[in-house]
Design a protein around this ligand. Structure first.
Ligand code: ATP
Ligand code: MG
Length: 392
């Protein structure tokens, strides 16, 4: 087909809801798509309120340079802010070119279909209804084994008449959400478990940038446990953008708790120290909230009563995007975002080493505060914060 080439038609999600701020979101999105498609030898542009991506156009080049539109689509679909996209064939705005391509498509396919045309260029003739009718008829002529079914066809031949003509059949679902970095920054408490990477992903999907802190129980936990957290952060970076990851030495806190507090309160006390240290990191990194992978009732440290005790030491919002999710749903999500396989590697984390046999499921705030009275909370938090090291 002369002059036919593949172009990505990219549909963004909620950006269209943004009134006055829309240009800000659009520019962010466009900039990020440009960056994502560059390694594919492609460029992205805005036209008609839509984002397109295709091979770099050069003078005298009909735009037919070979490029892998599908591989590029695989990359773009994982970007936050993208609702869906299609690999479209770009045709000159000419009815004969469309007819030729439609016949070719019809010959290669089977089953039932319909034609769905949209015209933003109203000068193009025939109009949408006319295109549907005439192109549909030609396709049936070209392949009489096809059937037209306007209600639930096996496939739809989409025609979009814009600055050029774009024809496609399938749409690929995008990651959804808001473009990276359009909604402030939060600090993720990233363990090596299944839940916290998913929690970070979900908050980042709303446009929030992340930094992360890992509480390191070395030497009770191994070097491998730390490496696993770095691997998880690297997986998150692919969708969430750059993440500064820190480790904080947690062994002194754990030993102090073990030495001076009732065993049943260990987990909730550890969680309170994590929050205190994490918010120091957050403030230093210009983050305004914490993110954890807690889900109400999942384990003893995540009962309502325990969460109340944890939140009591927080001076910034603690986001818990998994709060209402079941473990099975969280696992599905972890598989979908590609962190599950790494999360289930068997290196123990700091909490499992110190987990009490009979944790208190309904710790009262006063009892917990009383238990901390024997500890030098300030000094432990200060030492934890001073000891942070950058891992990524
Ligand atoms: P995860 O799978 O995320 O480890 P979990 O179900 O094991 O969660 P807990 O161990 O109770 O639950 O931890 C609850 C949350 O506290 C975690 O989701 C994480 O945000 C934070 N957290 C726990 N341990 C650590 C750690 N070693 N470093 C950083 N954050 C941690
Ligand atoms: Mg855990």
């Amino acid at each position: 087909m002369p002059n036919a080439r593949e172009t990505l038609l990219i549909r963004y999600g909620e950006i269209y809801l943004k009134g006055q701020n829309r240009p800000f979101f659009m520019n962010k999105m466009l900039g990020q798509v440009r960056e994502a498609v560059r390694p594919f030898g492609a460029e992205a542009w805005l036209s008609d309120g839509h984002i397109y991506a295709g091979p770099k156009r050069r003078e005298g080049d009909g735009g037919t340079a070979a490029w892998d539109a599908r591989a590029c689509a695989e990359r773009v679909k994982r970007m936050f802010g993208i609702h869906s996209l299609s690999v479209a064939t770009e045709l000159p705005k000419d009815f004969e070119a469309l007819a030729g391509f439609a016949r070719e498509t019809a010959r290669a396919r089977s089953g039932s279909f319909k034609v769905r045309a949209r015209r933003s260029d109203k000068r193009f003739q025939p109009d949408s209804q006319g295109i549907n009718r005439e192109i549909g008829r030609m396709m049936l002529e070209a392949n009489p084994s096809l059937r037209v079914d306007v209600n639930s066809p096996d496939w739809t031949f989409y025609v979009e008449v814009r600055d050029n003509m774009y024809v496609y059949i399938d749409s690929i679902k995008g990651a959804g959400g808001m473009p990276r970095g359009t909604n402030g920054k939060a600090c993720l408490l990233l363990s090596g478990g299944i839940d916290s990477p998913v929690a970070g992903y979900m908050v980042a999907k709303r446009g929030v940038s992340l930094c992360a802190v890992y509480f390191d129980g070395f030497p009770y936990t191994s070097e491998r446990a730390r490496e696993k957290v770095v691997s998880l952060a690297r997986i998150l970076v692919e969708s969430c953008g750059p993440i500064r990851l820190f480790s904080a030495p947690f062994t002194p806190v754990q030993e102090a708790i073990r030495g001076g507090c009732p065993e049943a309160l260990t987990t909730v006390l550890m969680r309170r120290f994590m929050v205190r240290i994490a918010q120091r990191v957050a403030r230093r990194e210009d983050a305004d909230a914490l993110v954890t992978g807690e889900s109400v009732g999942q384990v003893a440290s995540q009962t309502m009563a325990a969460l109340v005790c944890t939140d009591n030491v927080a001076s910034m919002p603690v986001f818990r995007p998994l709060i209402g999710m079941d473990k099975i749903e969280i696992i599905q999500k972890a598989e979908e975002i590609g962190t599950y396989g790494t999360s289930i590697l068997p290196y123990e984390d700091c909490c499992s080493v110190f987990t009490p046999k009979h944790p208190a499921t309904r710790p009262g705030l006063r009892v917990v505060e009383e238990a901390e009275r024997g500890l030098d909370v300030e000094a432990l938090v200060e030492a934890g914060f001073r000891g942070i090291e950058r891992l990524l």
